[in-house]
Design a protein around this ligand. Sequence first.
Ligand code: SAH
Ligand code: SF4
Length: 375
Amino acid sequence: MTPLRSPYDLSPSDLAALAAEAGQPAWRAGQLAHWLDRRRVTDPLAMTDLPRGFRERLADRLAGTGLEPRRHQVGDGGWTHKLLFGLPGGDSVESVLMLYPGRATVCVSTQAGCAMGCTFCATGQFGFTRNLSAGEVVEQVARVWAELPGLRPHPSAPGHLTNVVFMGMGEPFANPAATWGAARRLHEGFGLSARAITISTVGLVPGIRRAAVEPLAVNLAVSIHAPDDELRDRLVPVNRSWPIADLLDAVRGYVEATRRRVSFEYALMRGVNDGVEQGRELGRLLAPLRVPGSGGHAAHVNVIPYNATPGTGFSAPSRSAVRRFRDAVAGSGVPVSVRANRGAGIDAACGQLRTMAGRPGRAPAPPLVTPGTSG
Ligand code: SAH
Ligand code: SF4
């Protein structure tokens, strides 16, 4: 059974049951869903068109659930925001909001920590605490969305979220029920198109096979990081269970079933995986992946210059190595881009999310700036 950890763990039928229990007409459930999904309001007491008694009953029922905004850090001159949320039970997760002219993307976590143990990733090194519920994933989106109008550094940044990426803490396909449950609610309830949602996986083959048959055709990103098994085994331990050939076989199945392109994330690390020959090999590996029908390349390589994470022993590549690597991949015709580095100043960049606050025996981190995180 889905745990009730957030108001967003309540399905439409749960909402209907709540209304019925309280002696309310069935359409109250629709009103409640409207507050939660369309207005991103999580506090029942603020749902002003519901009868007071019903609001109080709901507040009682939801007591102890939901995310607690604990810290808010601002980077990149207001274009990047990192939010730390306390979870029921004492753990915490981070979400990152990245603003651009015309685009507002939130990066959400699916687990507190991660059990995959990638050797270069701060989240992986921190270990695994627990899975998030679908509602806890959705609530990150809801809370960031609710704050968004007040966080914009410039009017060119939209006042609503345009994209959600499952690229925060955790491995989404190690928590498939929450991942797919959240994706569906963001689509059906929040009205985001499937194309506005991206799930990033370290390469769990069963998860990719499921993505191929899910009715909701979200974007898929696969973290590859190495062109050969010997190196990938060292960086990404799950490669020992699903080596590159199996991974690409599952991706091919996904492309054939969905006709969608797939991005391959490649965290570029100095002296580890940033060689020109490695770039060529990656290009050769991915060039045969084609979209059926059009024959266009199905793979897109996203090079992420490594973000320093203390204690891992890995470091950022030089700028010239990034260029050389990009050109080496492009040599096989595979589209490749270099991801702009966002949030490094506040440890909000890819792979830097980790939360010491909420860990047993540790004091919560002190609040930094907290403009308007109520709700
Ligand atoms: N677990 C999923 C999603 C979260 S990680 C996955 O691994 O795909 C999001 C992305 O950031 C992954 O591609 C991950 O490999 C990458 N990443 C992790 N640590 C990084 C670092 N220090 N610098 C750059 N990218 C990193
Ligand atoms: Fe987990 Fe992704 Fe980090 Fe690997 S890179 S440890 S899968 S969060």
